[in-house]
Design a protein around this ligand. Structure first.
Ligand code: ARG
Ligand code: ZN
Length: 866
């Protein structure tokens, strides 16, 4: 009976930020010995442990899914009653203040479907330890504030695993009997165990070199399957550019003699910054014109940079506990965003980043899973690798950088790195360094770390012709979020300019600080009412409402010298028309058509910017503007406006599409911009309903010398019902079925399609022979994409909800972390009418009723119902 009860999962434990206590024991040195085999790997760990402070608490080593086959202390094997397990952890009472503790465990990498710890992927053995995967490899105090020096020995079959890699520097290697071999790697930098990594496999290397600013030579290696080696050059160039950029912009130099990157096919996330041995989802390493779009190329560049930058923001200075996750992630996203902007266009990169923030983070911040950038509690930390921690976290750093200015911000980061090098720090430490290094008071600004939810700012301009003065009244409200009802006003930096409608100019951009609930700013000597340009460059991650007319927005869309504000004026113009129509008003599209015409005929504009500026807001973004989302009305209104813009400007679309054709593949900004604009023109041309639209799309699909144009044409066709749709999908499948990353695009394009049968199609695709729950990229391509397709997913029948819930339930048994990431779309039920809302809740309840549900999915589904 006792046994039966103990098989029930214990009530999930909630971890709280304020419960943080320094560790009882430290682990200055670790020696690991791996006897590697996909079916059964033996891990022997020797930990030097030292008592931290004056206490008599036992040593507690976390463990998950492992049992000790042997435990020794100072070389003496312990008897069974000298240790015990408590919730997976190994507890040993130790008499003195320093000991050597040795454990032996066995595990099965190929049986590890969670892809956390040591697992097998495509014939390789690799690890993923962040956040709490190391405890699945060996018994260890698995928390980021314990920094240890690692020495790692691996042995394996030499034919199957000729390459053996770990963190740090290679020390020695040799052959053994029975076709086996071994290698030893030492990492001289103390690190938390979440940065541990090893890889064993039959890998080819793209090898290169980088000379650091102090003249040290670093050996660079990108390791992939032999067949993929030709697809690694872009990643290598990105790595070298990142290393040079971090020296130039932050004064940060690389610190080891080798830097290796390995690409693996099965990976829960984008990539991982393990010290000296980054492990990547292959989709962020491999790229060639035949299979990668320009977005993919940019993704490779951005993620390679992101992981490289972690060497300082994350590894040299790490996090004290997981509540501080944004300390490394927000800062590192900010760094990779600025790097990518420097490599390409600042204007376009900012627009793209804001689009991502609004699509992912604003939605999160207004729903049941909203949490502060520095959360107060969690059940499963993997659920907190969110858009809020990453993208809103980056916006917080960006606001501080803006308020300080470039020089003082650099003084702040220098102080931060110098002061905390080799330490596990907190978000508060970062803010303190900004205050001291930059000479600024951030007392009120700290609320950005504490209060969840997106601030709403209302901006009202009034003009008095008699006194020739302008009054700008700003007020802010903070919406309630789970667990936070009453909120204080935030410190919101708003870059602002007032345009003179006659001259089309302004008198300079000012940084206004909104710090109170309501505040007024007065400007003098304005004979005529000016037009307000506010939150320029998206200086703060807030929602701004203004009393600007469609004519004001049209003016800004033509004249604003801040590219983001110009884009924003276009978006707002379109949103106003669409939201009006969805509400049943007969709004005129003439302003929108004129504004689009203006943009596409302005010869001075960068084509990549043009493509962004004329893009209609997504259906999901329109949904976010409404209290109750009506997916069918949104789709119909957006589709109609697209058709009108398409038809009204048809000759322009034809002209742009034809003139951007002769563009032999290159990754120059000009070539990329031309492709982006060409795809936008094709999209409007097909949307116009022109008879030859599908044929033109099919020709682009067939003739393209690159994936950017081919996939865009496929996507455009997939939205329609032409015979070309089926033909192109078949051709694409047959051409790429053997290449997993490209086949993902085939699944994704269909799941994203704005087509009435998408929900049925996704059901069929989930039974396709090439669909598998074992590969996270494939799951995200089909179900992640589908859940982001508002019109398809929110099919009135509830079929979409059932499909997603079925997937979550099945996947949870294999890979809870990836399953839990699919839950949030079901949690938007409060934003839908009662019919859909009830269907969504029913699926969440069905998920929660499953026995043996992971704590990952339990937390997400449970919170989503509240
Ligand atoms: N630190 C990694 C990155 O952002 C992500 C690791 C994600 N791990 C996880 N268990 N969710 O670069
Ligand atoms: Zn990161």
């Amino acid at each position: 009976m006792a046994d039966m009860i103990s098989t029930h999962a214990a009530a999930p434990v909630i971890i709280r930020r304020l419960d943080y206590r320094p560790p009882d024991w430290l682990v200055p040195d670790v020696t690991l010995d791996f006897d590697l085999d996909p079916a059964l790997t033996k891990v022997r760990a020797t930990l030097s442990v030292t008592r931290n402070g004056d206490h008599d608490r036992p040593l507690r080593l976390d463990g998950e899914g492992i049992v000790p086959l042997a435990v020794c202390v100072d070389g003496r094997p312990l008897a069974q009653d000298e240790w015990h397990l408590e919730a997976g952890a190994l507890i040993i009472a130790l008499p003195d203040s320093a000991h050597s503790v040795e454990t032996l465990v066995e595990l099965s990498p190929e049986g590890n479907s969670k892809l956390m710890g040591l697992y097998a992927s495509g014939g390789l053995l690799c690890t993923q330890c962040e956040a709490e995967g190391f405890r699945r490899i060996t018994f260890f105090p698995d928390r980021p504030d314990i920094l240890s020096r690692y020495s790692v020995r691996m042995e394996a079959d030499k034919a199957r695993f000729p390459i053996l890699l770990a963190n740090g520097d290679p020390i020695e290697q040799g052959d053994l009997t029975g076709g086996r071999h071994w290698a030893r790697w030492n990492d001289p930098f103390p690190k938390p165990c979440y940065l541990f990594a090893l890889v064993a496999g039959d890998l080819a290397c793209n090898a290169d070199r980088f000379v650091t600013m102090s003249g040290r030579e670093v050996a660079l290696g990108i390791w992939v399957r032999e067949a993929d080696i030709a697809r690694t050059d872009h990643a290598m160039q990105a790595l070298k550019n990142s290393m040079a950029w971090d020296e130039r912009v932050y004064g940060r130099e690389y610190d080891l003699d080798v830097f290796n990157i390995v690409a693996v096919a099965d990976f829960n996330f984008g990539a991982m910054e393990n010290k000296g041995l980054n492990i990547f989802n292959s989709r962020y390493i491999l790229a060639d014109p035949e299979t990668a779009t320009d977005i993919d190329y940019d993704g490779v560049e951005g993620v390679v940079a992101h992981e490289y930058f972690h060497n300082w923001s994350g590894n040299r200075v790490t996090c004290r506990d997981w509540f501080q996750l944004s300390l490394k992630e927000g800062f590192t996203v900010f760094r990779d965003q600025n790097f990518s902007a420097d490599m390409g266009s600042h204007a376009v990169k900012r627009i793209e980043d804001v689009r991502i923030l609004r699509a992912g983070q604003f939605q999160e911040d207004s729903g049941p899973l909203a949490h502060p950038v520095r959360p107060e509690s969690y059940m499963e930390i993997s659920n907190f690798y969110t858009a809020t921690i990453y993208n809103k976290g980056a916006e917080l750093i960006r606001m501080m950088a803006l308020m300080l200015g470039a020089e003082r911000f650099r003084a702040g980061t220098d102080l931060y790195f110098d002061r905390h090098d080799g330490e596990a720090a907190t978000c508060e430490d970062f803010v303190l360094a900004m205050e001291e290094g930059g000479g600024i008071d951030l007392t009120q600004f700290r609320l950005w770390y504490e209060q969840a939810g997106t601030p709403h700012v209302r901006a009202l301009v009034t003009h008095d012709p008699v006194s020739q003065s302008v009054e700008l009244t700003l007020d802010q409200t903070m919406p309630p979020t789970p667990g936070q009802v009453d909120k204080q006003p935030m410190a919101i930096p708003l870059r602002t300019a007032l345009f003179d409608p006659a001259s089309g100019e302004h008198r300079g951009d000012e940084l206004l600080m909104l710090t109170e609930g309501r505040q007024s700013f007065t400007f003098t000597s304005f004979p005529a009412a000016p037009i307000l340009s506010i939150n320029r460059g998206f200086s703060a991650p807030v929602i701004v409402e203004t009393n600007r007319s469609q004519a004001d927005l049209a003016f800004l869309s033509a004249h604003d010298d801040d590219p983001f504000a110009r884009y924003e004026a276009m978006q707002q113009l379109m949103v106003n028309v669409l939201v009006g129509r969805i509400a049943g008003h007969a709004t005129d599209d003439a302003d929108v058509v004129d504004a689009v015409r203006n943009i596409i005929t302005d010869p001075l504009l960068d084509p990549a910017f043009v493509a962004e500026a004329i893009r209609l807001p997504s259906e999901a973004y329109l949904g976010d503007q409404m209290r109750l989302v009506d997916p069918d009305a949104i789709h119909a209104a957006r589709d109609a406006l697209q058709q009108q813009i398409g038809a009204a400007l048809e000759p322009f679309w034809r002209d742009i599409h034809a003139r951007t054709k002769a563009n032999a593949f290159s990754l120059s900004p000009a070539a990329k911009g031309a492709r982006k604009l060409r795809n936008a023109a094709l999209h409007y041309l097909v949307a116009s309903g022109a008879q030859d639209g599908p044929a033109i799309a099919f020709a682009q699909f067939s003739e393209a010398d690159n994936m950017t144009e081919r996939q865009a044409a496929l996507g455009t066709l997939a939205n329609g019902a032409s015979p070309e749709r089926e033909a192109a999908l078949d051709i694409f499948y047959n051409r790429y079925a053997a290449d997993a990353l490209t086949l993902d695009k085939w699944f994704q394009t269909q799941a994203f399609a704005l087509h009435p049968d998408t929900v049925e199609l996704v059901a069929q695709l989930s039974e396709h022979k090439d669909f598998t729950l074992a590969n996270p990229n494939r799951v995200r391509s089909l179900f992640g994409a589908f859940a982001g397709n508002q019109w398809g997913f929110h099919h009135k029948s509830g079929k979409g909800y059932r499909l997603l819930a079925d997937c979550i339930i099945a996947l949870d048994r294999l890979n809870p972390q990836t399953a839990a990431k699919l839950v949030p779309p079901l949690g938007r039920w409060k934003r839908f009418e009662e019919g859909r809302a009830a269907l969504m809740r029913a699926e969440l309840q069905r998920i929660l009723a499953q026995s043996g549900l992971s704590k990952d999915v339990t937390e997400q589904a449970g919170k989503s119902l509240e």
